[in-house]
Design a protein around this ligand. Structure first.
Ligand SMILES: [Zn+2]
Length: 265
């Protein structure tokens, strides 16, 4: 198995999962860099996984399918959640469905509403061919942050991030954007004394100084540094209570407060 992350637009990553010169692409917002890579390395398109309907995640699909057809590649399978803007699917998936990417390589579908209502993530657990589990989470979880709440509620996002928190700590978080430095800046306004966050801030800044991606991170790291994954902590509740006159009782209310702060950060 090979894994590739292809930068696109200003700050997107397009993810590719390859075995024996065949590939699945996650959220091809732009077809051009993927086609370039496939032609250079003689890779055929086997399938497309979609996390949600935003254009920077589906905008390259028709061009990619057209290219595969023109180059006489065998049938390509497009998989994604039910949404009127996602018109090209061969298979509509739901929470807990399995998608067989390659023999013995299964992607488990997780419904993760919040950023959009029908958003899904794809989890590839540890297996014979997968030494490290991987999570393709679109715009739900970012390194040190989470997606904006365009359609879902703060409670939706809280529950979705809790699903991710149950995954093995080593799981690689393959998110769709390089937003890490600005997310870290925000996180530091909430947890100035979080030594893991301070250390991560140094590392991430060094990586970006040499134009190196900061993602994928891991679920283990996110639990230590990502405020949106830490809403259950009493210190987070205390922080949130200090910045709002509203009475807060639940962790999802804490998430609502800090997500709102981040919206105008
Ligand atoms: Zn999005």
């Amino acid at each position: 198995m090979q894994f590739k992350q292809i930068p696109a637009f200003n700050d997107n990553y397009l993810w590719v999962i390859i075995q024996n010169q065949e590939a699945w692409v996650v959220d091809p917002g732009d077809a051009n860099p993927i086609i370039q890579f496939f032609e250079k390395d003689h890779i055929a398109l086997k399938g497309i996984l979609i996390t949600h309907h935003h254009m920077d995640h589906i905008g390259g699909v028709s061009q990619l399918l057209e290219w595969a057809k023109k180059s006489n590649q065998q049938s390509v399978t497009s998989v994604g959640p039910l949404h009127p803007a996602i018109t090209f699917l061969d298979r509509v998936i739901e929470d807990q469905d399995d998608v067989e990417l390659f023999p013995e390589v299964i992607a488990k579908v997780l419904a993760v509403p919040g950023h959009t209502l029908s958003h899904v993530a794809y989890y590839l657990p540890h297996s014979k061919s997968m030494s490290t589990p991987r999570l393709y989470c679109g715009d739900t979880l970012f390194a040190t942050g989470c997606g904006r709440l365009f359609e879902g509620s703060a409670n939706d996002m809280y529950q979705s991030l809790q699903k991710f928190a149950q995954l093995p700590e080593a799981t690689l978080v393959c998110c769709a954007h390089e937003y890490t430095l600005s997310n870290i800046k925000f996180a530091l306004t909430i947890e100035q004394n979080n030594t893991d966050l301070i250390e991560w801030s140094k590392q991430a800044n060094e990586l970006r100084n040499t134009n190196t991606p900061t993602v994928p991170t891991t679920i283990g790291l996110e639990k230590k540094v990502n405020p949106f994954m830490r809403c259950d902590l009493p210190s987070m509740m205390n922080f949130a209570r200090q910045v709002t006159p509203a009475k807060l009782n639940t962790s999802s209310e804490v998430l609502a407060v800090i997500r709102k702060m981040k919206d105008s950060f």
